[in-house]
Write a protein that binds this ligand. Structure first.
Ligand code: K1U
Ligand code: ZN
Length: 167
């Protein structure tokens, strides 16, 4: 097990489009395990491999209260989206920033599990939001890119100031 360093926005590597996983092997299972440990320690409810500078299509999510429902999605594909919900989102790569984003209320996702088996999952509410947020990371998109350029510039200035203080 290992804690992985998380890239911070506006690191250009967060804009990399991740490649599909060819084979779900022990290396991928180790990545899932390290990502889960990193997500729980942060703490967060999701993490995409992109955020730990691994550009393969792997995400982990746990939206349960007691960290009892770890979900690993390998090569996730959102195959249905409907409805609309607006809620505050955070991001471990954009620490301390929470902003409202509108997303689909329901998604159906197809993915591989840690054994390389294909499965489909219907998600609503927070789980649906988290899946959309993490799949965006794999496509090189960070949630602040849904905001106005005015807000994005403010956020960049805030993060730069924080980085100067903590350096
Ligand atoms: O991808 C990430 O950066 C993780 C992110 C996931 C997410 C949160 C909220 C809406 C959409 C996606 C986070 O986990 S931010 C931290 C957070 O939300 C949280 C932290 C501790 C307890 C509960 C939530
Ligand atoms: Zn994020």
């Amino acid at each position: 097990m290992a804690l992985l360093p998380i890239l911070r926005y506006p690191d250009a590597r967060l804009h990399t489009s991740a490649a599909p996983v060819a084979v779900v092997d022990d290396g991928i299972r180790q990545l899932v395990s390290d990502m889960a440990e990193t997500m729980y320690e942060a703490p967060g409810i999701g993490l995409a491999a992109t955020q730990v500078n691994v550009h393969q299509r792997v995400i982990v999510i746990d939206v349960s209260e007691d960290k009892s429902a770890l979900l690993a999605l390998i090569n996730p594909e959102i195959i249905e989206r409907d409805g609309e919900q607006t809620g505050e989102e955070g991001c471990l790569s954009v620490p301390g920033i929470y902003e409202k984003v509108t997303r689909a209320e329901h998604v159906r996702v197809r993915a591989l599990n840690e054994r390389g088996e294909r499965f489909e999952l219907d998600a609503h509410g927070l789980l649906a939001v988290c899946i959309q947020h993490e799949v965006d990371h794999l496509d090189g998109k960070v949630f602040v890119e849904y905001l106005s350029s005015l807000k994005v510039n403010l956020i960049k200035r805030k993060l730069a100031k924080k980085a100067r203080i903590t350096a």
